[in-house]
Structure formats: structure tokens, C-alpha cells
Design a protein around this ligand. Structure first.
Ligand code: NAP
Length: 743
């Protein structure tokens, strides 16, 4: 086993890659002596002058004599000749590695020279570089934060792999291993093909008669796209020839793609064109999230902490439309996709969960334009038009998407796998899989303990069932009813306690009959959904912060537009009114099956109440803001029967009680609720524990505070309320956001 620092490292080739690695070894003191061979004397002389190497040779055999590690860093097509030259001079224990951009031909070269691939040869490829070449272009930090792929064979020595891995890790690179063929196929698509296209495009255009005009007027896009055509022609010539089969197969796939674009343009097939382009645009970001196993919203990946600071006082006035309802945003994409015709959606919530649903349907071949400022156009494919997704469907952090799609996918003629981010991977999925199995679905929860991934085998003939839900869940009810659209006969679900009925309402909005009798909803299979327009109602959960703000701030007068008034969600209005809130419901109407209204709110002297327990499920998400209302009310407000609040995004009872106490308000948590005594709100720093609703609730408390309130850990606000700060400021809240380094 070699030890650091190594006694001698030999480089064959000292261009961009070789000299970068040599610089790094030197700077980090990882080797005592560096030798090298190159074709030109000039290269070696320069390297010696720069102090990168100790001694240079014209003959590779001289350079490798006595070396512990030999690094082949010349063009790939020279590999066989170089290996033949160094073979007699290599010491027995020397480890040999290379940096070539192709691996199949390098391994074949070793085989040709030795008769087998030596166990001490570790094929490698740094995925880093630039358009420059030569010894002067090298940089010690070239590989930092880049990937290096090693393609050891089954018999490659583990010690040799460990040495080469340590070398690249010292360069700051992330080392991964792959099979040789896999490497060449992947690189052919991600690196070789784009270079080939750039070279070919520039060459083609340069040969046109008006080529001067083309290049003179070329805009940034052309320059970006063709940047890599400035790469070393000789090196790329070698790479395309060395990786011929994989490059040709990648080119075939690409040509089939351009042919599809060509056909779509020729035949004016606007849907097909839009489909390809919207999918492509979304794909880059989607795959980034998928690979990292992260959520969609950028706020979730912040490395900095977001804080809100609210200066005290002010009134809360004007007209505002808060973001669209999340549940309805999800369903507008799902049912729009399954409908016949084009569904235009406005007011769509561009939060990560609904975006996951949108991407899932794109993966299944639905053309979806947008979202642009809340507008989405869904080109429905009908109940039988979904296509098999190209791979697992990644739904980020969205439990709604996973459970509803489980139902919908159980009835499709193709197989599908649903995966999600790390936190969704822990959520129970058996509760939806079980009733679907009773309907005849072939569905497995392949994670430990009935968790994702969910694997669904297509072509199951579903039959209608009656399902008595053991736990009240709108997601399970919706998943079963959606499967029922394809099932034979009637599918009915009875819920033990009322849950949100957005799916039933929106199905009706799309012209699909859903019957509800008491606690039971049922659908008949074999119907049809017809496209419609959906102006997604503003989310009453987001409106709640504004309702409370305008109620507690003096001289306030606010109209909240187009608020969803689903009877399963209006608890916050009922409770505020019971506390003396002044809320008028104007222009009640129905949109896509959902009741909607404008709410006119004015300041009121609120009084403490015992919150009726029958209102608790109807306001379950709104309690953080209602606690602020209680702090501003005269007297005592008591909440009971709300133990569920302890297992939301945070323990909302404890976290709210802690914050209220910090601000000088008397708040006593109980097992299933809280007792809050109204009184003056002071100033201080409260921690939201990443819970968006708690952050926004404390922000509104600033309207009645005696000093500034700082709220920590607010990045997640963007996931449910993208422009909270902007909208709250326009109404009069003196709030600003700032970023702070995480410690
Ligand atoms: P480079 O800057 O052009 O350097 C090539 C070096 O190899 C030069 O020192 C050259 O010597 C020497 N050389 C050329 N032909 C030789 C031969 N027949 N025998 C011995 N030495 C020879 O190229 P590079 O960018 O460092 O690329 C080197 C290797 O790294 C290639 O296999 C390439 O596939 C791989 N790679 C490149 C990149 C990239 O972006 N550039 C990225 C990853 C991997 P003289 O200067 O003396 O002629």
C-alpha cells in the first residue's frame, strides 16, 4: 500500500489536465519528486521553469522508472503506444491511472499491450476541463467540486483504486465509479454529443455564403451554445473516433429527436412542439432536484437563514388576493390532464408541491404550458391518453401527489414507480395502497414499513368497491375515487369524520357526476371529464393571516378577493366572528365546483372565547394566526380538542406558546390545546422552526407590538405564500426580510 507523500509520480503528457494535477500535488506537498514525458521539449522546459516538475524526458519509459504512481494525461489515441513504451520500465508495485475522456478504448489498449488489463491499472476520467490546452493552461483548483469517474474492472486491485481515489479527493473532487461501457455511453450523451453538435453547427454555418452576417449578428444564445466549438479539435477528433459506437448511438437518438421537431413544424403540430419544449425547459431543473433528492422550491435549498423583521404599528388596508389554494392547484392539473380539451388555469399556486404534480403529468406526456404568473394551460389527453413515464415519477415532498397518483396510476395500461424526497420517503403509503388492492390494483409500497417508493403494475382491471376509511383522510378518499373513474361499477368511500371535498367538487366542475350522501361519496366508472376554466380560489389558509391582521390593527379596512369558501375550510371565519371580528362575505359565487367570495374585513375589538370543538377540524391549519388574534383579544381564549396541532410541520402549540411568551403574552399549552390571555404584545426574537404558518402569524403580531419582532427561519414561507412580504407590505405591514449565514 502506497503512503503519502508519494516518492515519485510520473506524468505522460503535461497539458491542461496533467499539469493541473501536477500543480496540485506540488502545492499540497503530496509527492517528493515529479517526473514527466512529453513530445515537445518546450513543454517540459516550461514545466520545469514553473516548478511543476523536477525533471522531464522525451521518452516515457525514462519518466516512469522508479515511480509509485503513473498518470497518463495525453490524448486517448496515444494510449496503446505509450503503454507499450512504459511497460518494460514500470516497477512491479507502480499504480497506473489515466485521465482519458473515453474508457473502452483505453482498457482495450491495456489489454493489447499486456494481454490482460493489469490489476494495478485504474482507468479514470475527471469531469472537468476548459477550452484551453497546454501546460500554461493548468490550474491546481481545476478539479475542485467536480466529479471524477473511475471505471475499475472486477479484478482491479482495491489498494490501487484507494490510492487513485485519495489522489482525486485531495484535488477536491467527488469520486464515483462506473462500468466502462456505462461511462462511455453516458459521456457520449452528456459531453461528446454536445461537442459534436457545436463543432458541426459552427462549421455548417461558416460554410454558408452569408456567413459573415451570421456571425456578426449572432446573439448571446449562439455564443453560449457554440462556446465548446472552441475546444481542441485534435483532442475531440480523437474522442469521437475512440468512442465511436456510443457516439453514433447518441447521435442516432438525437437525430430522431430533431426529426420529431421537424415533423411537428412541417405538419404545424403545435401541441407536439409545445410538449417537447415545455418538457425540455422543465427537465433541467427537475433532474437536478431528483438527483439531489431535494424539494422543488429554491427556498428549501438555501444555505442561509431567512429572517423577517417587523417594525411595530401600522394599519392594514387595501385590496389583496393571496396565493391560490394548494389542494385545488394540484387537482386542476390532474383533472385538466384527464379531461378532453384545453383547461386554462389561473391563480395556480407555484409552490413546490403543485409543481411536482405538474411535472408528473408532463412525464406522462401531457402538454402543459406555464406556469407563468399563476397561469397554466393544460392540454388534456382524456381518461385514456396518459403515456408511460420515461422513468420513476419524482414527486418531491408532495404527499398529495403521491397518494392521488397512486389511485390514478393503478388504472393505467403501463407500469409506474412513484418516488419522493427524503422526508416523503418516511410517510405511510399503505393506507392508500390497501383500498386500491381491494379494487384489484397491483400496487406495492417498496420502502420499509409501507413507505415509498410505490410501485404500480399496469393493466389491472379495477372493480368498484365500497371503502369505509379507518382514518379520516382527504388524500386516501381522493385516491380511491380517482381510481374509481376507471373501475367497473360504483366506487364509494365513507369517511369517519369530515375531510376536505375538493376532489368531489372539482370532478363535478369537469362534468363528472359524484354523488354524496351523508359521509359517503361515490362515482361510477367509465365517464368523461370535459375541459373547463379554473380560476383557483385564493387559499383561505393564506387569507387567514390577512383576516387576523386587518382585525387586530387599528383603522384597518381590507378586501380579500376570490377567497375559497369551501365549507370544510371556513372555521377561521367562524371563529374570528365569534370573537367579535368584523368580516363581511361579498359576491359569493362558484368556480370549478368550489364556492368563492370576497371578504371585507375591518378592525374590531376582539374578545376571548372558548373555541367550539366542532370548528377545530375546519380551522386546523389556521390556529397559529388565531393565537395571535387571541393575544390581541380582551380576556381569555381557550382551545381544546386540537392535539393534531402537535404533529404538524412543527409542534404548533409549543412553538406558538414559546413565541408568545417571548413577546410577553400569557400562553399556557395544554395536552390538546392552549389557553391564551390577551394583553400587550412586546418585542423580541421568535423562532418559527421552519414552520411557514408560524412565521407569517408572528409577522402579523407586529401590527400590535410595542417594539420590533424578529422571526427566525422563515425560508419555507415561500413554499405556500411566494410573495408574502410584498403583499403584506402593500397592505401596510412594516416588514422586511434579510439573509444570515447559518452557523
Ligand atoms: P492538452 O492540454 O492538449 O495536453 C496534451 C498533452 O499530451 C501535452 O502535454 C502533449 O504534449 C501530450 N501529448 C500529445 N500527444 C502525445 C503523445 N503521442 N505521446 C505523449 N504525449 C503526448 O490536453 P488535455 O486537455 O490535458 O487532455 C489530456 C487528456 O485528458 C486527454 O486524454 C483528454 O481526453 C483528457 N481530458 C481532457 C479534458 C479537457 O477538458 N481538456 C477533460 C477531461 C479529460 P506536447 O504539448 O508536448 O505536444
Amino acid at each position: 500500500m502506497q503512503r503519502w507523500p508519494l516518492r515519485q509520480v510520473a506524468f505522460i503528457g503535461l497539458g491542461l489536465i496533467g499539469s493541473s494535477l501536477a500543480r496540485l500535488l506540488r502545492e499540497r506537498g503530496l509527492v517528493e519528486r515529479i517526473t514527466a514525458a512529453s513530445r515537445s521539449r518546450q513543454t517540459l522546459a516550461t514545466a520545469q521553469q514553473l516548478g511543476i516538475i523536477d525533471i522531464g524526458y522525451a521518452n516515457p519509459a525514462d519518466a516512469v522508472r522508479g515511480a509509485d504512481l503513473v498518470i497518463l494525461a495525453m490524448p486517448v489515441n496515444a494510449t496503446e503506444a505509450v503503454m507499450a513504451a512504459i511497460k518494460p520500465a514500470l516497477s512491479q508495485s507502480a499504480v497506473v491511472t489515466d485521465v482519458g475522456s473515453t474508457k473502452g478504448n483505453v482498457v482495450a489498449a491495456a489489454e493489447a499491450v499486456w494481454g490482460h488489463v493489469p490489476a494495478t491499472f485504474v482507468p479514470g476520467h475527471p469531469i472537468a476541463g476548459s477550452e484551453q490546452s497546454g501546460v500554461m493552461a493548468g490550474r491546481a483548483d481545476l478539479f475542485a467540486a467536480h466529479k471524477v469517474i473511475l471505471t475499475p474492472l472486477t479484478h482491479t486491485s482495491a489498494d490501487a483504486v484507494a490510492l487513485v481515489t485519495a489522489l482525486w479527493q485531495a484535488a477536491g473532487a467527488e469520486v464515483m465509479t462506473m462500468r466502462v461501457e456505462q461511462h462511455d455511453a453516458v459521456l457520449a450523451r452528456t459531453s461528446h454529443l454536445p461537442h459534436l453538435l457545436a463543432f458541426s453547427l459552427v462549421d455548417t454555418l461558416a460554410q454558408e455564403s452569408d456567413n459573415l452576417d451570421i456571425f456578426r449578428y449572432a446573439a448571446g444564445g449562439f455564443r453560449d451554445f457554440t462556446r465548446i466549438a472552441a475546444s481542441d479539435p485534435r483532442m475531440w477528433h480523437d474522442i469521437f473516433l475512440a468512442n465511436r459506437d456510443a457516439v453514433i448511438s447518441a447521435l442516432d437518438a438525437f437525430e430522431a429527436g430533431t426529426q420529431r421537431v421537424r415533423d411537428a413544424i412541417t405538419s404545424n403540430d403545435s401541441d407536439a412542439l409545445l410538449g417537447m419544449f415545455t418538457r425540455a425547459r422543465a427537465a433541467r431543473e427537475h433532474f437536478t432536484h431528483m438527483l439531489a433528492g431535494t424539494a422543488y422550491a429554491k427556498s428549501m435549498t438555501h444555505t442561509k437563514e431567512l429572517r423577517f423583521t417587523v417594525e411595530p404599528g401600522g394599519n392594514f388596508t387595501g385590496r389583496a388576493r393571496v396565493p391560490g389554494d394548494k389542494s385545488i392547484s394540484h387537482r386542476s392539473i390532474m383533472l385538466g390532464s384527464l379531461a378532453t380539451g384545453v383547461t386554462d388555469v389561473t391563480g395556480f399556486l407555484e409552490g413546490e408541491d403543485a409543481l411536482a404534480t405538474l411535472q408528473a403529468f408532463r412525464d406522462m406526456g401531457v402538454v402543459i404550458e406555464g406556469p407563468t404568473a399563476g397561469r397554466v394551460r393544460v392540454h388534456g389527453v382524456g381518461l385514456h391518453g396518459l403515456k408511460a413515464p420515461p422513468g420513476p415519477i419524482y414527486v418531491g415532498n408532495s404527499g398529495t401527489t403521491m397518494r392521488l397518483l397512486s389511485g390514478l396510476l393503478s388504472a393505467q395500461p403501463f407500469n409506474a414507480v412513484l418516488t419522493g424526497d427524503a422526508s416523503l420517503a418516511k410517510r405511510p403509503m399503505e393506507r392508500i395502497a390497501k383500498p386500491l388492492r381491494m379494487m384489484g390494483a397491483d400496487i406495492q409500497t417498496t420502502g420499509e414499513r409501507g413507505t415509498p417508493p410505490v410501485t404500480i403494475t399496469g393493466n389491472a382491471a379495477l372493480k368498484g368497491i365500497h371503502y369505509d376509511m379507518p382514518i379520516a383522510s382527504a388524500q386516501v378518499k381522493s385516491g380511491v375515487l380517482l381510481a374509481g373513474l376507471w373501475a367497473q361499477g360504483t366506487t364509494s368511500v365513507t369517511e369517519p369524520a369530515p375531510t376536505r371535498d375538493h376532489t368531489e367538487r372539482m370532478l363535478r366542475g369537469f362534468g363528472y357526476a359524484v354523488k354524496t350522501e351523508g359521509a359517503t361519496a361515490n362515482v361510477q366508472g367509465g365517464g368523461k371529464l370535459t375541459a373547463t376554466q379554473i380560476d383557483v380560489p385564493a387559499d383561505i389558509s393564506s387569507a387567514a393571516f390577512f383576516l387576523v391582521a386587518a382585525s387586530i390593527a387599528p383603522d384597518s379596512d381590507l378586501v380579500l378577493e376570490h377567497v375559497g369558501m369551501n365549507p370544510t375550510r371556513v372555521g377561521v371565519i367562524n371563529i374570528l366572528r365569534a370573537m367579535g371580528g368584523n368580516i363581511e362575505v361579498l359576491n359569493s359565487r362558484e368556480v370549478g365546483g368550489e364556492p368563492v367570495a370576497d371578504l371585507h374585513v375591518r378592525s374590531a375589538q376582539l374578545k376571548g372565547i372558548d373555541i367550539p370543538e366542532d370548528q377545530v377540524p375546519l380551522a386546523i391549519d389556521e390556529f397559529p394566526s388565531l393565537f395571535i388574534a387571541a393575544a390581541c383579544a380582551e380576556g381569555v381564549t381557550t382551545l381544546t380538542g386540537a392535539e393534531e396541532l402537535r404533529v404538524k410541520e412543527s409542534d404548533r402549540i409549543q412553538v406558538m406558546a414559546d413565541g408568545l411568551l417571548t413577546l410577553g403574552v400569557s400562553a399556557v399549552p395544554t395536552a390538546d390545546g392552549i389557553v391564551i390571555t390577551g394583553g400587550p404584545i412586546g418585542s423580541g426574537e421568535v423562532i418559527s422552526h421552519g414552520d411557514h404558518r408560524i412565521a407569517m402569524s408572528f409577522a402579523m403580531a407586529g401590527l400590535r407590538a410595542t417594539g420590533p419582532i424578529v422571526i427566525r427561519d422563515c425560508a419555507n414561507v415561500a413554499t405556500s405564500f411566494p410573495d408574502f412580504i410584498g403583499l403584506a407590505r402593500r397592505c401596510g405591514l412594516r416588514i422586511r426580510a434579510s439573509e444570515h449565514d447559518l452557523h
